[in-house]
Design a protein around this ligand. Structure first.
Ligand SMILES: [Zn+2]
Ligand SMILES: [Zn+2]
Length: 618
């Protein structure tokens, strides 16, 4: 069975028009397979021997980073020519793998396949002396990341389709999948936070940043996405000593409430005694005394500043204990004095350090791989709970992607000075999954009826494809609101014994009213099309559960929503194809392995229950 990809010949992109009146316009683009060849001539001049692979990608989720907004307002300040397509926090589906562009790329050991999910990172040449240590400071960064208005940060991800060099991409193994809105910020903001506080074992750096350890007392100034992520990591890394305290400072009380909630939600067992203090401070000068006292009281030795405000940075350097370290990853705001006067002799006599950092000084591909495997490892740690804690902080905009991008840019321009707005991630439908699902659904019907292509096709192979689609589908970290609906349902395993059983009872779907109130089997009443509740299998409940082996490899954890029967040792696991289509697999004692099915949301606008079941549009 051929895997085909729904590549678009024309696609939409959000184009930032730049000053004097920056606005976003949704423009149609024509996909030119040769486009990137032209763009890559910059590289071509330096590299002539080896081939570089390019990937055609469909972004599934793209985060909004403050840098996008800054560049949108003033592209010249960053050496970006406008109009420009922004967006650089992207997780995407591989639609095509294209090789043949000649460059002297180091042999990429990574292999890419159609249907893979990749997290994008920022570009670097990989050859200059700086690249070896911290590719964020690559000598060619301006030409690679800023000069091409259709490859901003190598990505320009506010688009329905991209073509990027494969070396920007890190494959997310299927058992490592998290909801797309959690993977996208790994491109930039999560990555920066992680780099600032944590030196990944696989990417030893000469100049580790805060490198949090059990003895540390840690403060964060500005608790937006980066600050919050750093605090959660701190909870994990330094949560071993009773005396340790983390301090979160922000100008906005609601942001700090958000931090406290996420902190509570991050159920990280070895940190039960670690305390979090929050401090609302809209004006540094007004609270100078209290803040100094706070730093003294908790003997803060490591401090992360995400504001880029020189006054805060200077104050933090003065307040940390001797030997303390202050790291800033914030871009100074426009119009502020970005010069900093340092207490040189105090720093000298007390051995204090200050570091600025882009992207946490991290080697992105190593770090992203390391984070992904940490998040899914069941061994000894509870790190895998972090994505679920972080997801509380992410606001996704799904259905109206393009309108949302435009309106958010308009709104954020007014609030750009405010730190700590929840992370905004724009999601778009996963065309690849939807397309594959529709194909397999038709084949399932053909296999059941034993006709057409199905007769020639091999059922085993068909089931392998169905299982593959389930593994590619998106896990659901929350039961609400994705699942609570009336669902039309049908089987994708027509030769399975459960299929025959469900046909006998006239199964037509499930109805999820609340996590506790679940109708696992909706059946057709007699010969009518009316949907009624069947008590054949008794009651059930919904909860988020780890997928069992062999749906994930041994010692790996992948959470997704599941339905548990009260009186049978059977669990149905669900994953997402689109907002309106869920794929499920039935597991449990006495159930032969591999019964797959799908659920399609019933649009409630036609409430006549006995009219033909109305299925949602994909
Ligand atoms: Zn960014
Ligand atoms: Zn370089």
């Amino acid at each position: 069975m051929e895997i085909t990809s729904p590549i678009l010949s024309t696609y939409r992109a959000a184009v930032s028009t730049g000053p004097p009146f920056p606005s976003l316009q949704i423009q149609q683009r024509t996909y030119k397979p040769t486009l990137r060849r032209v763009q890559s001539t910059v590289l071509l001049a330096q590299n002539e021997e080896e081939e570089e692979t390019f990937l055609v990608l469909a972004p599934v989720a793209v985060g909004l980073c403050p840098t996008d907004l800054e560049v949108h307002r003033d592209p010249k300040r960053y050496g970006v020519s406008s109009p420009v397509i922004l967006g650089h926090e992207c997780v995407a589906r591989v639609l095509e793998v294209r090789s043949g562009v000649k460059t002297k790329e180091k042999n990429t050991t990574e292999r890419f396949h159609i249907g893979d999910i990749v997290v994008l990172s920022y570009p670097s040449c990989g050859k200059c002396a700086v690249c070896e240590v911290a590719p964020a400071y690559c000598a060619s960064f301006p030409s690679l990341a800023l000069s091409d208005p259709e490859a901003f940060m190598g990505q320009s991800a506010f688009s329905e389709q991209l073509c990027v060099p494969s070396r920007l991409c890190v494959v997310v193994e299927r058992h490592q999948l998290q909801p797309a809105s959690i993977l996208a910020p790994l491109s930039c903001s999560f990555l920066t936070a992680i780099g600032c506080v944590w030196s990944t074992p696989s990417s030893p750096r000469r100049n580790a940043l805060l490198n949090l350890e059990p003895n540390d007392c840690f403060a964060v100034i500005g608790c937006g996405t980066i600050g919050l992520t750093a605090l959660l990591l701190a909870k994990y890394w330094i949560g071993l000593r009773d005396t340790s305290v983390c301090v979160a400072i922000d100008c906005d009380a609601s942001v700090l409430q958000n931090v406290r909630d996420s902190w509570m939600n991050y159920d990280c067992k070895n940190a039960t005694s670690l305390r979090l203090e929050t401090f609302v401070c809209s004006d540094l000068k007004a609270y100078l005394k209290q803040l100094r006292a706070l730093f003294m009281k908790y003997r803060i030795n490591k401090c992360l500043d995400t504001t880029g405000d020189p006054h805060w940075i200077k104050a933090a350097i003065e307040w940390v204990v001797p030997g303390g370290h202050v790291v800033s990853c914030g871009v100074p705001k426009r119009g502020t004095d970005s010069m900093l006067s340092l207490p040189v002799s105090a720093m000298l006599l007390q051995g204090k350090k200050f570091s600025g950092t882009l992207e946490g000084d991290i080697v992105p591909s190593d770090a992203i791989r390391s984070i992904l495997s940490g998040w899914t490892s069941a061994e000894g740690t509870l790190k895998y709970k972090m994505p679920r804690a972080l997801s509380k902080h992410v606001a996704t905009h799904g259905v109206l992607l393009w309108e949302n991008i435009v309106s958010e840019f308009a709104a954020q321009r007014r609030t750009i000075s405010r730190h700590g707005v929840p992370k905004l991630v724009f999601e778009q439908p996963d065309r690849f999954l939807i397309y594959r699902f529709q194909t397999l659904k038709q084949m399932s019907l053909a296999f059941e009826q034993g006709k057409g292509s199905a007769e020639a096709g091999n059922y085993e192979q068909f089931q392998t494809e169905v299982a593959l689609l389930f593994s590619m589908a998106w896990p659901l970290h929350h039961v609400v609101p994705e699942l609570l609906a009336d669902w039309f349902g049908d089987s994708l395993s027509p030769h399975h014994s459960s299929h025959r059983m469900l046909r006998r009872i006239g199964w037509v779907g499930k109805n999820f009213i609340s996590p506790e109130e679940v109708c696992p089997l909706m059946v057709r009443e007699g010969t009518t099309k009316r949907r009624v509740i069947s008590n054949f299998m008794g009651k059930a409940t919904l909860a988020v559960q780890p997928l069992p082996v062999p749906l994930v490899p041994e010692k790996c954890v992948q959470y997704t929503a599941a339905m548990k029967y009260a009186s049978h040792p059977i669990i149905d696991f669900f994953k997402k194809i689109s907002d309106d289509v869920i794929m499920g697999v039935m597991t449990g004692k006495g159930v032969p392995h591999g019964f797959y099915f799908f659920l399609e949301r019933i649009v409630p606008d036609n409430s006549q229950a006995d009219s033909e079941v109305k299925k949602s549009k994909l």
